[in-house]
Write a protein that binds this ligand. Structure first.
Ligand code: UDP
Length: 488
């Protein structure tokens, strides 16, 4: 959908005509994998479909990973922002896994990056002004969490678009938070399960527990972070979503109406971008050869994204749950993804004695996988996920049903939609125990319930494919977005 609400794009602009160089699009992702990936995919789409030059601002974190990043080789220009505050930025990098205060981190990054970004943006604008041709003024596509950068851009006369890297349902939920606080729904009076399981009647099928951002984020910080996101969208020339009409049409309409902003649903981005590599960690591609040897739709893929963690007990239960289940599995265990009792992260993770023998030939463990290739592999029949939005969308668009173990931020909302709205998976709640994992893996891969979820997921896979073809909603939204950018 490209729902042009109160802000309707003006007529098509110069777009490189009249002796001007092609318009430059500046981009600034939040420096986390789940935000970098859709921004780089969008860069690819804008370059291919609009012929725009793209410059990507990159916060001065993950420097080592960026230095060897293939996108630099693919002709994208990167501008590092905040080298002078690199030490302070490094302190914001989440170090407590799931227990990190992600909303607080976002607010702090905004504070730290604002002044350095102003310097970098001025430099880029000054470079553009040099040369024989009249430069078309650039616009900035900014991650919706980086409201501070948008304010800087606006002050320097640069129009902005906001990229929302989560789903539309999640934003609708965030928009409702002030009302839920007024009504006394949030915060819940206690963390008693009877309180947490109460339905939020304003946002079906969500429950109170789905709205609690993280164990360590205070309500005040959460609200400040949501305000920053919503303001970034409200003050933009349009908001871009990595989603598609068939799964989120009603929520996209609510956003267009509620925030009076033009909405561009141009997902699934990973299916339309030219395949620009966006992973900061090195992917272990040997797992694809291992998958080649497995039967169709037989393998459970297990991965909890780039930030979520588990404790040592959960690692043990997961290992034996997978070992005891009858299904083959491919399990991603990121370095640092296991948190000790002390809160420190265990760099190299050791699996329990006997696990390797018990799973030889039936299981594979890697430290980072080429997830999109894994999910589209014919051998993969189910995904045990934390329900980050990228993972959720990638799974839906490859017809893979999910068992869901959300941990923080929007993951609970995504998982509820997977279970209750799209019905392409089910939640794994409560204490993580081997028997529960074994039963869930069996249900997803081997039982009729799982097969029904797979049929539904395949339906959405087909719908996603249709949306990206000529005449499809995603294809149309991309054309409208390109026209909007030319007109700004
Ligand atoms: N991913 C990957 N290899 C892995 C695990 C994850 O390439 O082994 C990618 C995945 O395809 C997705 C991103 O990392 O695009 C994770 O984003 P998501 O929004 O799912 O979760 P987050 O990491 O932000 O919690």
């Amino acid at each position: 959908m490209a729902a042009a609400a109160a802000l309707s794009p003006a007529s098509s602009g110069d777009g490189g005509a009249g002796g001007r160089r092609s318009r430059r699009v500046l981009m600034f992702p939040l420096p986390f994998q789940g935000h970098i990936t859709p921004m780089l995919q969008l860069a690819d789409v804008l370059r291919c479909h609009g012929g725009f030059d793209v410059t990507i601002f990159q916060a001065a974190v993950n420097d080592a990973e960026w230095a060897r990043h293939p996108a630099a080789a693919a002709g994208y220009r990167f501008v590092t922002v905040g080298a002078g505050v690199a030490a302070a930025l490094a302190e914001t990098v989440p170090s407590k896994g799931t227990n990190s205060d992600f909303a607080g981190i976002i607010l702090r990054m905004n504070e730290l990056l604002r002044a350095p970004f102003e310097d970098s943006l001025r430099e880029v604008l000054a470079e553009d002004a040099v040369g024989d041709d009249t430069p078309a003024p650039p616009c900035l596509v900014v991650d919706s969490t980086l409201r501070g950068m948008q304010e800087v851009a606006s002050r320097l006369g640069v129009p902005t678009l906001s990229l929302r890297t989560g789903g539309a349902a999640c934003l609708v939920a965030y928009m409702a938070v002030p009302e839920l606080i007024d009504k006394g729904v949030l915060p819940p009076p206690s963390r008693d399960p009877s309180q947490l399981d109460m339905p939020v009647t304003e946002l079906p099928p969500l429950r109170v527990r789905d709205m609690l951002f993280s164990a360590t984020t205070t309500q005040a910080t959460m609200v400040a972070c949501f305000e920053c996101i919503i303001e970034s969208i409200r003050c933009s020339s349009g908001v871009i979503f990595n989603t598609f009409d068939d799964i989120e049409s009603a929520d996209l309409q609510k956003i267009a109406g509620g925030l009076s902003v033009a909405v561009y649903a141009i997902g699934p981005l990973h299916k339309i971008s030219a395949g620009l590599e966006s992973s900061l960690l090195t992917q272990d591609r040997s797992c694809l050869e291992w998958l080649d040897k497995q039967e169709a739709e037989s393998v459970l893929y297990v991965s909890f994204g780039s930030l979520a963690s588990m404790d040592a007990d959960e690692l043990l239960e997961t290992a034996w749950g997978l070992a005891n289940s009858p299904v083959p599995f491919l399990w991603v265990i990121r370095p640092n993804s296991v948190v000790q009792g002390s809160g420190s992260q265990q760099g190299q993770v050791s699996l329990p004695d006997g696990f390797e023998d018990a799973t030889r030939g039936r299981g594979m463990v890697v430290s980072w996988a080429p997830q999109q290739d894994v999910l589209r592999h014919r051998a993969v029949g189910g995904f045990w996920t934390h329900n980050g939005w990228n993972s959720t969308l990638e799974s839906i668009c490859d017809g893979v049903p999910m068992m869901c173990r959300p941990q923080f931020a929007d993951q609970m909302i995504n998982a509820r939609y997977v279970e209750e709205v799209w019905k392409v998976g089910f939640l794994l709640e409560g204490k993580l125990e081997r028997g529960v994992i074994q039963a869930a893996a069996t249900k997803l891969l081997c039982m009729e319930e799982g097969k029904e979820m797979r049929r539904r997921a395949k339906h959405f896979k087909d719908r996603a494919a249709v949306s990206t073809e000529n005449g499809g909603s995603t294809k149309a939204a991309i054309s409208m977005l390109v026209e909007l950018i030319k007109s700004l």
